[in-house]
Ligand binder design. Structure first.
Ligand code: APR
Length: 176
């Protein structure tokens, strides 16, 4: 079975997914913001912010786990993506977000997790550059770990969904 069989794409709102954990594209304060961060805090309710306050922030590329409170998902993995600068470090930091979030999910025996397109909104990472990093980093992790069993990439727009679809098709050609 190819690791690609453990990857799903979904177009829609990440906050509504019934998975074990959704991944938040947060900022380093972990105190909320706009975009998917704002949507997650609104859906989870004020207890999420209260727990985030106890974490003391999160450096770019790292990940932290909290409960999901009023979200359908019982857990939230908060990760902080790089602000796109076209710098050599950008791809490594973005890959770290996916890898560290997956490590956290595996460490807590979570079976299904869902990612947004980290850094591809306010942080301006071009989706065409970010999608291969997200998918290749995830595949490399899944080859070495039985958990999480499934990873869902949730895209908010049809355009972004199509970019991921094309990238996944490219990977399938390489690894039938
Ligand atoms: N479900 C799924 N995806 C969403 C949702 C949602 N409800 N809302 C937004 N998105 C998408 C955006 O369209 C984008 O493709 O998530 C992707 C990430 O965009 P942002 O949420 O802007 O995150 P990011 O680019 O990583 O910027 C992080 O924005 O919200 C602030 O506090 C956050 O400062 C941090 C910065």
């Amino acid at each position: 079975m190819s690791v690609l069989d453990r990857i799903e794409l979904h177009q829609g709102d990440l906050t509504r997914l019934e998975v074990d954990a959704i991944v938040n594209a947060a900022n380093s304060t972990l105190l909320g913001g706009g975009g998917v961060d704002g949507a997650i805090h609104r859906a989870a309710g004020p207890q999420l912010l209260a727990e985030c306050r106890t974490l003391g922030g999160c450096p770019t590329g790292e990940a932290r786990l909290t409960r999901g409170y009023r979200l359908p998902a019982p857990w939230v993995i908060h990760t902080v993506g790089p602000v796109y600068r076209g710098a050599p470090d950008d791809p490594r930091l973005l890959a770290d977000c996916y890898r560290n979030s997956l490590e956290l999910a595996a460490a807590h025996q979570l079976r299904r997790i869902a990612f947004p397109a980290i850094s591809c909104g306010v942080y301006s990472y071009p989706i065409e550059e970010a999608a291969p990093i997200a998918l290749e980093t995830t595949c490399a992790f899944l080859r070495r770990h039985p958990l999480p069993a499934r990873v869902v990439f949730v895209l908010f727009s049809p355009e972004y969904y199509r970019v991921y679809q094309q990238e996944l098709a490219r990977l399938r050609e390489k690894d039938p």
